[in-house]
Design a protein around this ligand. Structure first.
Ligand code: PLP
Length: 385
């Protein structure tokens, strides 16, 4: 592995590797099929569902940033989740997942339980009892920071407990990205991403990736991804690689903006609560400081009522009212009516999601513009209440 800084490795991944023309940027290989060099002599690639050179450059680049043995690029984050869960959970085995898991992942796990493929148990890994929640798991599924409350799981403690119980650990690292958090360093076996979010970073590609600590696991994941037809497209891989080159720049700028916004929110009378692991008042602030490089750029806060939310979001100029996250542009979403609308109100309440709660995906715009726009929105919210 190169000894260069990850920032340098992200920029240089696949650069200068074209022997045919010396193209500086690795070319996009759109061909679906590859000629054998002779009878019974396949090359490194034969068919693009199984393997594609453009996809390999992206997979190697992300695996390198995560510190894994290799990776598989998939057509979406959910394709990565599917590959990981089917490759790792044995038939009839037990999957233990967070009670506040990403909704799409929960829907898949629940469907696999209803069709008899596995047993699903939901747990809260974020408290001091997190490691004890492993129980009889075959696979422990973690998300940290969680959505939308940004609860933090102790990756080292839960991974150690899982391994002691003979379970494997998968971490959905979408909310942090490898620029901020590398779960394999804390003992996780597999990392999955929605590359749709920070890795691509421009809200114009749906893609995913699954990275494993060991070569055997990478091979198993690649086998499942090929067998199920989950692998990603060449052009999407090319775009995501272009996005990945600026991951560290984007994350640094977005985190700076997030701190400025958190400062505004923490001091504004319209705000009843701010959830951000970078705040010293966050219950797991010290743990976040230990296992993350920075605190990410997702900020959740509560303005008390749906009326206040409405007054705030109607009139924003620098934040789009939209789901998703991790792009260069700032977004605001209302968890109760948008990302978590399919949850029954009592389940939402149990997960701590209130009607006055908004989640920001802070982008890389000018901090003063974002703060001024949000301050005006908060003033409207205060007047509406
Ligand atoms: C978006 C997201 C996914 C699903 O990814 P897609 O690319 O939309 O399929 C999975 N996990 C988390 C945490 C996400 O935010």
């Amino acid at each position: 592995m190169s000894t260069n800084h990850p920032r340098t490795r992200a920029v240089r991944a696949g650069i200068n590797t074209d022997p045919a023309h010396g193209a500086v940027v690795p070319p996009v290989f759109m061909s679906t099929t590859y000629a054998f060099s002779g009878f019974d002599q396949p090359g490194a690639y034969d068919y693009s569902r199984a393997g594609n050179p453009t996809r390999s450059v992206l997979a190697d680049a992300i695996a390198d940033l995560e510190g894994g043995a290799g990776g598989v690029v998939t057509a979406s984050g959910m394709a990565a989740v599917t590959a990981a869960v089917l490759a790792l959970v044995p038939a009839g085995g037990t999957l233990v997942a967070p009670f506040d898991a990403y909704g799409g992942s929960w829907r898949l796990f629940d469907a696999l339980e209803r069709t008899g493929r596995l047993r699903l148990r939901l747990a809260d890994f974020t408290g001091p009892d997190g490691p004890a929640s492993v129980g009889d798991a075959d696979v422990v599924w973690l998300e940290t920071p969680s959505n939308p409350l940004l609860r933090i799981t102790d990756l080292a403690a839960v991974s150690a407990a899982a391994h002691a119980a003979g379970a494997r650990v998968v971490v959905d690292n979408t909310f942090a990205s490898p620029a901020v958090q590398r779960p394999l360093e804390f003992g996780a076996d597999v990392v999955v991403h929605s590359a749709t979010k920070y890795l691509n970073g421009h809200s114009d590609v749906v893609a995913g990736v699954v990275v494993a600590a060991s070569g055997e696991l990478v091979d198993e994941l690649a086998w499942w991804a090929n067998t199920l037809g989950l692998t990603g497209g060449a052009f999407d891989s090319y775009l995501a690689l272009r996005g990945l080159r600026t991951l560290h720049l984007r994350m640094a700028a977005a985190q700076r903006n997030a701190s400025a916004i958190v400062e505004l929110l923490a001091g504004h009378p319209a705000v009843a609560a701010v959830h951000y692991p970078g705040l010293p008042t966050h219950p797991q602030h010290e743990l976040a400081a230990r296992q993350m490089d920075g605190f990410g750029a997702i900020v959740t806060f509560d303005v008390g009522s749906e009326a206040a939310v409405r007054a705030l979001v109607e009139g924003l100029d620098c934040f789009c009212l939209a789901e998703s996250l991790g792009g260069v542009e700032s977004l605001v979403s209302h968890s109760a009516t948008m990302t978590h609308a399919s949850m029954p109100p009592e389940v939402r309440a149990a997960a701590g999601i209130t009607d006055g709660m908004l989640r920001l995906s802070v982008g890389v715009e000018d901090a003063d513009d974002l703060v001024a726009d949000l301050r005006a929105g908060l003033d409207r919210a205060a007047a509406a209440d």
